[in-house]
Design a protein around this ligand. Sequence first.
Ligand code: HEC
Length: 141
Amino acid sequence: MKNIKSVAILLLLLTNNISNAEDDPRLLVQMPEMMQQHMLSNMRDHLNTLNEIIANMADGKLDKASDIAEQRLGMSSLESHGASHLAQYMPDAMQQAGTNMHHAASRFALKLQEGDVKSSLNAFSEVTSACVACHASYRIR
Ligand code: HEC
């Protein structure tokens, strides 16, 4: 019983620590509620896109994966994501992180067209690294 209690207290301390905003090293970027919703919906679409790309690559459909990467994550996707509208709320370095991700996605799309899976995967990991880099530094809520 005593053990269970100490484990419970330990868990409480650990989770409390994780959710404590004061210890969160990410910079809080403030924007109107509507823009937050818009940005998060873009983000969920980004994750969907990665999912579709992987499925197409696994099916050997590299051309299809390339189209998806360019149209939904690459430089061609900026307008459909309302990027310029969102960017005005972001600090310069965050805008740069976004641009890095879009450039990496366009490079990845080109690699896929060359048809080599190994080098495409290398380029793909540059895309996901760009996602990770921005997430490590910023939050909006
Ligand atoms: C320019 C910065 C930036 C880039 C690049 C970026 N994200 Fe995000 N993403 C964020 C921020 C900021 C949040 C919100 C974090 C918070 O405050 O909870 C977020 C949230 C998310 C969420 C959660 C959405 C929700 O509804 O809560 C997902 C999923 C996500 N991102 C996926 C991705 C993927 C996949 C990529 C890369 C293809 C990516 N993001 C690239 C900044 C970025």
